[in-house]
Ligand binder design. Structure first.
Ligand code: GLP
Length: 246
């Protein structure tokens, strides 16, 4: 695993965006696996800036997002489809039909999970998968549990995730209790993985992911088995890791 400890959020975002830009420049029709959350917002901002300067094009890129809240409409301002539109898609030249996010309003979540998994497999999985990390070490919405979920599925969100994500909603009661998420197997089939993490509340999760045992109780720890992972964190998120290595 390549680890970059950056001085602040902006430096982290710049570093992560450079990895994505390198992927798109090297393979213009690549499949990008995309993530939501506050950690990648700055990364998307950098990509939009480079697009506007004429340095980057997403014209041939296909994208697959990691997850979506179950029960939220695409135009709900907390849905991950809405997040992607407002943070990236609406500002670059990616074709709308080439962007994919699980359907949070699907009547049959099992059928939607199957459809989404087939879609990602049909695209040949991600060339580069961007990930954030939950405070509890979740990736996508794969919460700590007693096994590694393999494919796209409906997840019951952990109380700690509902609590952490309530900052974006009027109250914790408004946070959806379920989500559709790529499985850990879907994520691990990406050819390259890029993790962005910021903030001291992630320091433990980052430490466990890199130095702890590989266990589904810390889902991100499975990244230790992937041959091509780059983790970019700010000083706070990588603080425990750096302390351990000092
Ligand atoms: C949500 C998303 C994850 C993301 C996590 C961390 O739970 N499902 O994919 O990694 O939030 O988000 P943040 O970067 O805002 O801490």
């Amino acid at each position: 695993m390549k680890i970059f400890c950056e001085k602040d959020y902006d430096a982290m975002s710049h570093r992560a965006a450079a990895v994505i830009a390198a992927q798109v420049v090297s393979k213009p029709d690549c499949v990008l696996g995309l993530a939501t959350g506050s950690s990648p917002v700055g990364t998307y901002r950098e990509l939009v800036k480079w697009y506007k300067q004429g340095d980057l094009s997403f014209k041939e890129v296909r994208s697959v997002n990691l997850d979506e809240y179950y029960g939220l409409a695409p135009d709900h301002d907390q849905s991950y489809r809405y997040f992607m539109q407002t943070n990236l898609f609406d500002h670059v030249d990616i074709l709308p039909e080439n962007t994919n996010v699980p359907d949070g309003l699907a009547k049959d979540p099992a059928a939607e999970s199957e459809r989404y998994e087939r879609l990602v497999a049909g695209l040949g999985y991600a060339d580069l998968q961007l990930l954030g990390m939950g405070r509890n070490g979740h990736i996508g919405f794969n919460e700590p549990c007693d096994h590694f979920p393999v494919i796209t599925h409906l997840v019951n969100l952990a109380p700690s995730t509902i609590e952490a994500n309530s900052r974006f909603f009027a109250s914790a009661g408004d946070v959806p209790k379920q989500a559709l998420s790529m499985g850990i197997g879907t994520i691990m089939r990406a050819r390259k993985i890029l993790v962005v993490v910021s903030g001291e509340e992630k320091a433990d999760a980052v430490y466990q992911a890199v130095c702890g045992p590989v266990t589904p109780e810390a889902p991100a720890s499975i990244l230790q088995l992937h041959p091509d992972v780059t983790l970019v964190g700010d000083k706070e998120a990588t603080s425990k890791l750096m302390e351990a290595q000092a």
